[in-house]
Ligand binder design. Sequence first.
Ligand code: C6P
Length: 421
Amino acid sequence: MSSTVLEKANAFAQAPYDVLALRQDFPILDRKVHGKPLVYLDNAATSQTPRQVIDVFSDYYSRCNANIHRGLHTLADEATAAFEGTRHKVRAFLNAEDARQIIFTRGTTEAINLVAQTWGRTHLGAGDEVLISLLEHHSNIVPWQLLAAERGFTIKVIPVDDSGALDMQAYRELLNERTRLVAVNHVSNALGTINPVKEMAALAHQQGALILVDGAQATPHQAVDVQAIDADFYAFSGHKVYGPTGVGVLYGKKALLEAMPPWQGGGEMIKTVSFDAGTTFAGIPHKFEAGTPAIAEVIALGRALEWLEEVGVGAIGQWEHVLLEHATHAVSSIDGLRILGTAPDKAGVLSFVVDGAHSQDIGLLIDQLGVAIRTGHHCAQPLLHHFGVDATCRASFAAYNTLDEVDTFVDALNRVIGMVR
Ligand code: C6P
């Protein structure tokens, strides 16, 4: 056996579950792209959806499609029970105290905007500071910039070191009595850095500040316990945890959510509406869920979380680490390739640039070979500019990826680099 085959055999032996059997859950993985078997390595953008989750849509629309919370008929009751059932599943998934702390949104982006427009609008003003990090996705930058322009508070940015790890000393120094909120991601989408959010929460709280954690890239890879972190707010998206698009979650501490004003007005979020006596609002979580929600998507998210639990999110993170190590090792020998993001604590994200080759060209050409990676700024322009680039190539791993796929990706990358240089 060659040393590579032996290394792969050893790595495969580390798989905490049967990866090939698990792949059977994903019909899309059987398709071909440009005549080549699909190698899907754009999981940080959106993970693929297991059959069990896809089936929820057909089942829901075939059996119990109805609007929720309002009907007295059987279909409405069944749809409401399934929808609210997901709230309980999310509660367990995040280890929240109470299902009423789980608010359904369209995704992480909407969850952060909800906090900005309700808590932020009522608590932030001139003289206050919001601390974000250089690692943030635009969805945890722009909502604060929009509000700062109106309310006059200041945004401060926690720097990163050369490996892409947060500079914790700088964080300690930036925190002060004017800091009202720390808003950081749990895992960076562009580099994969895992941030020490529990320690960051403790430091924020010592200064009397709240912490909002963007968990979009953490929830697919590791168990999250919002109580252990002591997060005031925690957000994630359904489509990154093997669920559908169009649904996400905001968790918040109960007292905070109860004190926050509503954001969007409409049906479902009211107690009483009157032209004379004014309008009163529903309690949490419904106060923040105006209008008909994405009912089938929420129910499907519940099934995705069950699927994640069946496989074990910890086991998935463990396997992705094996894939990441294998890929990192394999690309390290490519001449002129530079990896961005080498923090010791890293999720399954491999971001890189190649001398003499535009990331976009690599992305387009490698797609011709059936390999899907993401190229661009990954909605993290300030971070990429800090590293002196406008774009990177990013391969990101999920539960169903194999070592063979990593090898196919590396072979394809070598071929493409040969073509463009
Ligand atoms: N990142 C990526 O390719 P939405 O779009 O609301 O589901 O998630 C936004 C978001 C927020 N925070 C982080 C850390 C994210 O990674 C994302 C989405 C995708 O990296 C699309 S840009």
